[in-house]
Design a protein around this ligand. Structure first.
Ligand code: SAH
Ligand code: SF4
Length: 332
């Protein structure tokens, strides 16, 4: 791990403090390589997006978002996504397969190497968020393996609180996660009532809001987290009315919770519209007045389709219509 993650050596033969037989064994049984970026795009605001080849003509995306005091890398966990939230570009792409932990970690290695080449610094990535393509908890074991390498002192050595797993709300997996890693948790809530959430985040038909929130409070308590983050993408006239804000405040009152309001990012073929900034402020004020911590997330990388929910990569969709219909039936 020291050779790989601290000295950036990707050739077993150069790992000279391992004995020759072991090096030979490793060389014959394992391969080391950093994935290939087929396209790199840069936003006017400094955000960088890499398209990463996954073979079989498919690609995923990873995004680096520089800020004043930190640099966040947003990684993908699956090629596509099965959850099918109607306001998300990844959902529209369908689903092909889970990424392995090596493919998840590969995104970090690639970004780190590329940023090092460009800026001559290896400390630019301070935070990792599982907010790229895919539902990380639907790829549970590989997400956990990757997370352990991210936080291990012999690995990337990133503080636990600076790694965030974002989920649409797979309740049994949230509970199980507490036995495996102690990282920050973000929940894609997007609606305060089951009826509306069933439509916006279809997994809600299996795991409704009440059970989701219980799992969150369980995770926060067990992991001693100050807060769970609730992501709420504002869709014009769908989930952005005063009554939505009031109901949301009621759900989270006196709980270890904070809300990230996300301006909706459009992409080709989507029917939703963004909420105007004034109304986002009003929504936020209702939360603040009710004692709920709330911030509005600044949109980054919109000009290169790198903002939240705009990542689409190239997905050979295996969730053909019949499979999707089956899933929809199960969810109903
Ligand atoms: N699948 C995971 C993580 C990826 S999405 C999850 O759903 O949590 C990261 C965040 O962006 C989620 O909260 C997601 O709901 C939100 N999002 C998806 N599409 C969006 C869009 N078009 N505009 C703004 N936010 C969006
Ligand atoms: Fe999947 Fe998350 Fe997009 Fe929903 S918002 S379709 S869970 S990636």
């Amino acid at each position: 791990m020291d050779w790989l993650y601290h000295r950036s050596i990707f050739d077993f033969d150069s790992m000279t403090d391992l004995n020759k037989d072991l090096r030979q064994y490793l060389d014959q049984n394992y391969s080391l390589h950093i994935p290939m970026s087929t396209k790199k795009e840069r936003s006017f605001d400094g955000t960088i997006k890499w398209m990463i080849d996954q073979g079989e003509s498919q690609a995923i995306e990873a995004v680096y978002i520089p800020e004043k005091n930190r640099g966040t890398l947003c990684v993908s966990s699956q090629i596509g996504c099965l959850i099918d939230c109607p306001f998300c570009a990844t959902g529209h792409q369908g689903f092909n397969r889970n990424l392995s932990s090596a493919e998840i970690i590969g995104q970090v290695l690639l970004a780190k190497q590329d940023l090092q080449n460009e800026f001559k610094r290896d400390d630019l990535i301070t935070n990792i968020v599982f907010m790229g393509m895919g539902e990380p908890l639907a790829n549970f074991s590989e997400t956990v393996r990757a997370t352990k390498i991210l936080t291990d002192p012999n690995g990337f050595n990133i503080s636990r609180r600076r790694v965030t797993i974002s989920t649409s709300g797979l309740v049994p997996q949230i509970i199980k996660l507490a036995d495996h890693v102690n990282v920050s948790l973000a929940i894609s809530l997007h609606a305060p009532f089951d009826e509306l959430r069933n439509e916006l985040v279809p997994i809600n038909r299996i795991h409704p809001i009440e059970s989701l929130l219980s799992a969150c409070w369980f995770y926060a308590k067990k992991q001693n987290l100050k807060t769970v983050t609730f992501e709420y993408t504002l869709l014009k006239n769908v989930n952005d009315l005063r009554e939505h804000a009031k109901q949301l405040a009621k759900l989270l009152k006196n709980r270890p919770a904070k809300v990230n309001l996300i301006p909706f990012n459009k992409f080709p073929g989507v029917v939703y519209e963004p909420t105007p900034p004034d109304q986002i402020n009003e929504f936020r004020n209702i939360l603040l007045e009710s004692g709920i911590m709330a911030i509005t997330r600044t949109t980054r990388g919109d000009d290169i389709q790198a903002a939240c929910g705009q990542l689409a990569g190239t997905v050979n969709n295996l969730a053909k219509k019949s499979l999707r219909q089956k899933l929809k039936k199960t969810l109903n």
